[in-house]
Design a protein around this ligand. Structure first.
Ligand SMILES: [Cu+2]
Length: 118
């Protein structure tokens, strides 16, 4: 019986490692100037968004997760943070001026997304 519990523990550890360090969500190319991002279940969907340099992009966050964890979104590289209302859209417009990858997170950094500027 012990071996079964050990095996389950090992499988769980592998799943955690996979989830946090290996799995890379698909990258979303923007269509138009606006990208809608769903905030729910601990993830931003989409969480990797590609956008061209020097072009304004509007990210519209729709927060479905009412837990306090989801209540803020922070773009630390752009000095932008915003409160997200539950069940409503919050739009953030920014114009990235350098190529690179810029993370956006909740205040605890459990929700994570990346803006990929190309
Ligand atoms: Cu959080």
């Amino acid at each position: 019986m012990i071996w079964l519990i050990n095996l389950l523990g090992l499988a769980l550890m592998l799943a955690i490692v996979w989830w946090f360090w290996i799995a890379k969500p698909a990258t979303t190319q923007r269509q138009g100037d606006t990208v809608d991002i769903l905030v729910d279940d601990g993830v931003y969907t989409p969480s990797r968004i590609e956008t061209p340099v020097n072009q304004p992009i509007t990210l519209r966050f729709l927060r479905k997760d009412a837990s306090p964890c989801a209540e803020q979104v922070i773009f630390s590289d752009f000095d932008i943070s915003a409160e997200l209302p539950v069940d409503d859209y919050k739009a953030i417009t920014l114009t990235p001026q350098e190529k690179g990858e810029y993370d956006f997170t909740c205040q605890m950094q459990m929700y994570r997304g990346t803006l990929i500027v190309i």
